[in-house]
Ligand binder design. Sequence first.
Ligand SMILES: [Zn+2]
Length: 574
Amino acid sequence: MRVSRLLTKTLRQPPSEADTISHQLLLRAGMISQVASGVYSFLPLGWRVLRKIENIIREEMDRAGGQELFLPVLQPVELWEETGRHLSFGPTLFALKDRRDHQLFLGPTHEEVITQIVRRHVKSYRDLPLLLYQVQTKFRDEPRPRGGLIRVREFQMLDLYSFDADEAGLEQSYQKMIVAYQNIYRRCGLPALMVEADSGAIGGKVSHEFMALAPSGEDEVLHCPGCGYAANAEKASFQKGNPSQEKPLPLEEVTTPGIITIEDLARFLGVPRARTLKAVFYSCNGEVVIATIRGDLEINETKLKRALGCPELRLATEEEVKVAGLVAGSASPLGLRGIKTVADDSVALARNLVAGGNRPDTHIKNMNYPRDFTVDILTDIALARAGLPCPGCGGELASERGIEVGHIFKLETFISEKMGAQFLDQEGKLHPLVMGCYGIGLGRLMAAAVEVNHDEKGIIWPHTIAPYQVYLCPLLPEQAQVRETAERLYQELEAEGLEVLYDDRQESPGVKFNDADLLGIPLRLTVSPRTLQKDSAEIKGRKEKEGQLWPLEGLAPRLPRHPALAPPPGAGQQ
Ligand SMILES: [Zn+2]
């Protein structure tokens, strides 16, 4: 491809709206173009990168035994009503009506559609297992699109769905996908850490994310250097200590004038924060909920959402708190009637806590669960953080930022039971299909590859997904010998099957070198009057500081091929 013919031009300065490195570099390099908030066009260079990622993904899905198909974007509301997931997706779903006033959704995911197909075609255990996948456009009305391709509203996604007869089969499919995913990230030059994750609106109990570690990542990963435990902070747990052996003391009311925060309360009474009970008010589907936790811990709203089964959870307003008859700063579950209560299991381990008295300026000492109060839900709703003890080995948890580049779920029978997707076992008995689902956002992976692979000059594409392999760069092409040599090399390199970006522009060496670095092409090949004096061209890798002179004679066939990295023998093969 001749640079002079390329649709896009590079930009010196990043556009002001670009908020992450990948966003800045992809815009400056002319790889993407914004259409609307969270909606992007892929321009010729960016589209080449995306297609290479897609090819690697397709090869690995096929190698794992996947069958490719293609499902529609338009999905009727009736399918979603079968699972009820339109409620958990809530406003994230792009909804529209057709001319007959019939409700449709633009697919954010395809479990319902694929399960409808499988329930029509799969009758017996002999038809299982099945791995079905597609690469498709998904739509999610994100509340806050950001980071260029990191969080968007329309995106290309690989989604694979596994169908098995039982848990053991699902485990095998799940492991197969883990190997395939690891192959994909390795081949895309993007190391990714597998971490435990929350299943969110997709459903199911067990899920894992693959995280590319980068300082700009919007997720926090907690991991244990001791035992290898790793989880998204939304999901991570930690050891909360053994149950206290103290004797429960009698309740005692104390006057606490003007005290409303845990810090002030602990200081006023001279007790550690771990001896207090914190209460926080939330609004869950319009109903006020009181969540309590040991005073030294924070509430994890993702865990709370899951405990309540409430997709739209937010802090309650002052007005809502007042209407519910609660006293901010002095609330506790003590003697509460008619309000839903959730407590972190840390409150059941502690003894003789100081808690709100549900009256202004009043607290109660020596509150004990369950002697003095009970709650509707007692479970883990605590936020893990660096420094707390690892749930596996008790070592200190460490924190890193990560970009989620893949998410896999054990759906089990969550969808198939609701949709009546069943098969007959060997004895002729009906069972629901045991499902898993597995997704990779292609654009997100592309952006993460840039977040992880760049320097101050621009992108450093891993060679497997670079838009072109070679940047052919004649300096002073107005000199006939330079121009003719470059033209000849261009033909020879293309004839060798190399992907070449040929900078045939009448531009200064500085402009050409800057563009070569910004675009991140793995190999730069320079022809100039100086190199021609030695019948050579200069070869420089994108990451190298200095180039080397190679003789022009027979140069094209000797250039490194950079074949796509093959997976290790037997990995994930059927
Ligand atoms: Zn550990």
